[in-house]
Design a protein around this ligand. Structure first.
Ligand SMILES: NC(=O)c1ccc[n+]([C@@H]2O[C@H](COP(=O)([O-])OP(=O)(O)OC[C@H]3O[C@@H](n4cnc5c(N)ncnc54)[C@H](O)[C@@H]3O)[C@@H](O)[C@H]2O)c1
Length: 318
């Protein structure tokens, strides 16, 4: 397996932007692009390759599934995206059908790399990819709430007038309408966010402001899609951060979507909880402290996902 080789399946807005972000990252020496529209994959490979003269040498080409055999990381962004007013869960049927086409083709390559799912609804599709690929759960990851957490930290940073990188706070659960903010553990410089906001004189009406920030995070994609038709820059940077944690074996804690195996009473579905990420994929799901309200919200988020999963037919032949 070549850890410096990445495969990108799906070269639409998200796939192409993620590919651009990865080319700039210097993490990879080889990138194979695959799309149902082969001409699109060829065009993106040509365009991306032209930038390497000012970056670093890299082999970028439109390929097929046999080229994924030795890829260390395989990213899937293929599938329909949300239309204005559509939820991520509305995409289920269309994108599960696409995954039933893609995942068996990956499985046939006997890859040892890591599968990173980005297509929506990402938690459902991560579970579908896990079930259909036969890969161990540690090697099937969804981008989950890594993007939502970035949005959360950004908005908190703006409110508190502090560098968002100094904020430790997570959005967890479904990457979608049932996600939740873990306010009880939100910290800035080791100080709880409520206390820090008082020190900064940033917000006095905690409950109101917290609800407003949470809703802004949860509804970000709707607001962006309404205006420009798709979201892709934020996710491209989130994917680059996940790839970096894997390729550089950083043991970074990120809220990727991963298989639940009894945490908070939740099992046999994928959702996001902060997890230690390294070259082997998810090494550990962090048993973070949640208060009673947060635990109930996380369980409700899991219930929303399990109801969708119950309706899926995951027989690969179906
Ligand atoms: N996880 C996240 O945080 C996040 C953020 C933004 C978008 N997304 C999701 O990413 C997905 C892609 O969004 P987009 O805006 O790039 O859509 P898009 O329509 O621009 O691109 C989708 C691409 O997938 C290709 N495709 C379709 N079926 C295929 C198949 N069977 N094999 C190979 N390629 C196939 C299409 O040809 C197209 O190029 C959507 O599901 C969207 O909701 C996820």
């Amino acid at each position: 397996m070549n850890i410096q080789k990445v495969g990108m399946i799906g070269c639409g807005f998200v796939g192409a932007t993620c590919a651009f972000s990865l080319v700039q990252s210097g993490l990879f020496s080889e990138m194979v692009l695959i799309d149902a529209n082969r001409e699109k994959a060829i065009g993106e490979a040509m365009d991306l390759s032209h930038g390497t003269s000012y970056l670093a040498p890299m082999k970028i080409y439109a390929g097929d599934y046999s080229d994924l055999k030795d890829a260390g990381l395989i990213i899937i962004t293929a599938g329909a995206n949300q239309k204005p007013d559509e939820t991520r869960l509305d995409l289920v049927k269309r994108n599960v059908a696409i995954f039933k086409d893609i995942i068996p083709k990956i499985k046939a390559q006997n890859c040892e790399g890591i599968l990173l799912i980005v297509s929506n609804p990402v938690d459902i599709l991560t579970y579908v990819a896990y079930k259909l690929s036969g890969f161990p759960a540690s090697r099937v990851i969804g981008s989950g709430t890594v993007l939502d957490t970035a949005r959360f930290k950004y908005l908190l940073g703006e409110r508190l007038n502090v560098d968002s990188r100094n904020i430790h706070a997570y959005i967890i659960g479904e990457h979608g309408d049932s996600e939740l903010a873990v306010w009880s553990q939100a910290m800035v410089a080791g100080i709880h966010i409520n206390h820090f906001s008082e020190l900064r004189g940033s917000f006095n009406h905690h409950q109101e402001v917290m609800q407003e920030i949470y809703e802004d995070v949860r509804d970000s994609a709707y607001e962006i899609i309404k205006r420009k038709g798709a979201t892709y820059y934020g996710i491209a940077v989130a994917v680059k951060r996940i790839a970096e944690a894997i390729v550089r074996n950083q043991h970074t804690i990120l809220p990727v979507s991963t298989l639940m195996t009894g945490q908070f009473g939740i099992s046999d579905l994928c959702l996001s909880i902060p997890s230690v990420l390294c070259q082997n994929g998810v090494e550990m799901v962090v048993d973070l402290y949640l208060n009673d309200d947060e635990t109930k919200k996380l369980q409700a988020s899991a219930k929303a996902l399990s109801e969708v999963i119950a309706d899926l037919d995951l027989d690969p032949a179906a």
